[in-house]
Design a protein around this ligand. Structure first.
Ligand code: A2P
Length: 338
């Protein structure tokens, strides 16, 4: 009989944790047991795992001994405190927070781009990239391998689910309130998100960029293994529930035409090209990405202003490929490479 694994999902009541559980079930991950963990606030609540219900346990009092794989998505401070304890108890931790992403001894893995990096995990921890970096690199990995990327100019259009369950509720509440002529309050975001766009994701840093913008810089270089790639990013939050979109302008080392980029991306794993120059011939979060696994690429065009420039429109479900799916794919890679 083939081996089965005891799997813990930390943050099981959250926007990402819930989808981690459903993807583990959909993909029939060989689990002998799946344990749902969250804060003491949720202990005793039930969450769905396939057609079963799991009772949520309190992370603070849970003994990790015997856990083989732990998928963490409960925020950076929870990961910092508990991921090392799970790793010390023998688990391979796959962490969706930003707690360890920049550490040299923690691999940062996009399963289509650099899965082999997961083998070198001296601390027993593998980091899952930020959702915007994730979907972008599924598309850029093949381009970098073929012609080299020198510079990226990125604008994101990020959905509220990336901020968590409370942000989903805030968008719903504000939208319903405004349509009923009620005054609205902003609690999760600094200003109203419904019927608005906010040029701000994460926290501001000393250089004027936000943490979400700097993640695109650091994580891109680490995953592609090339510190010379120059990245200019602006992160924008939009009133979309699920699915991030990105405009990415690429300057490549060698010329890659839009036609060749289309062929390359069509043949690359995890990508669906939707690129017809007609109304609706492009992917959007609602029509294509939400609830789906693929990264969708459209509006592939030669940059008219640069001899080696290329434009892409990249859309994906930030909770699935951007977080939960990639974590499960890393877990699948880990058990396939004991
Ligand atoms: P809880 O529901 O008990 O607060 P989201 O990103 O959608 O807001 O979800 C965050 C997830 O992280 C939730 O499952 C939440 O559990 C969990 N979480 C937050 N803080 C802690 C903590 N200190 N210990 C364990 N789980 C936590």
């Amino acid at each position: 009989m083939s081996r089965t694994y005891k799997v813990a999902v930390v943050g099981a009541t959250g926007a990402v944790g819930e989808v981690m559980l459903s993807i583990l079930s959909e993909r029939r991950f060989p689990a002998s047991e799946v344990i749902a963990l969250a804060s003491s606030r949720s202990a005793g609540f039930k969450v769905s795992f396939g057609n079963r219900q799991l009772v949520v346990q309190d992370l603070a009092t849970f003994d990790p001994v015997g856990v083989d794989i732990a998928l963490f998505s409960a925020g950076g401070s929870t990961s910092k405190e508990y991921a090392p304890k799970f790793a010390a108890a023998g688990a391979v931790v796959i962490d969706n927070s930003s707690a360890f992403r920049n550490d040299d001894d923690v691999p940062l893995v996009v399963s289509e781009v650099n899965p082999e990096a997961a083998a070198n995990r001296p601390r027993g921890i593998i980091a899952n990239p930020n959702c915007s970096t994730m979907q972008m690199l599924v598309a850029l990995g093949p381009i970098h391998r073929q012609v080299g990327i020198e510079r990226l100019n990125i604008a994101t259009y990020q959905s509220v689910s990336g901020t968590g369950r409370l942000a989903l509720e805030e968008l719903g509440r504000q939208t319903a309130g405004l349509l009923n002529f009620q005054p609205v309050t902003a609690e999760v975001y600094p200003v109203q998100i419904a019927f608005n766009v906010i040029p701000h994701g994460g926290d501001f840093t000393d250089n004027g960029y936000t943490t979400e913008e700097m993640k695109l810089v650091w994580e891109t270089r680490k995953i592609l293994g090339d510190d010379s790639i120059r990245v200019n990013a602006t992160v924008v939050r939009v009133p979309v529930f699920y699915g991030h979109s990105e405009v990415v302008n690429i300057e490549t080392r060698d010329k890659l035409s839009a036609a060749d980029a289309r062929k390359l991306l069509e043949a690359s794993p995890g990508i669906e090209v939707v690129d017809e120059p007609v109304a609706g011939g492009y992917p959007t979060p609602v029509t294509h990405a939400s609830g789906k696994d693929a990264v969708y690429v459209g509006r592939i065009r030669d940059d008219l202003s640069h001899p080696r420039g290329l434009n892409l429109w990249i859309v994906s479900d930030n909770i699935r490929k951007g977080a939960a799916l990639n974590a499960v794919q890393i877990a699948e890679w880990v058990i396939a490479h004991p």
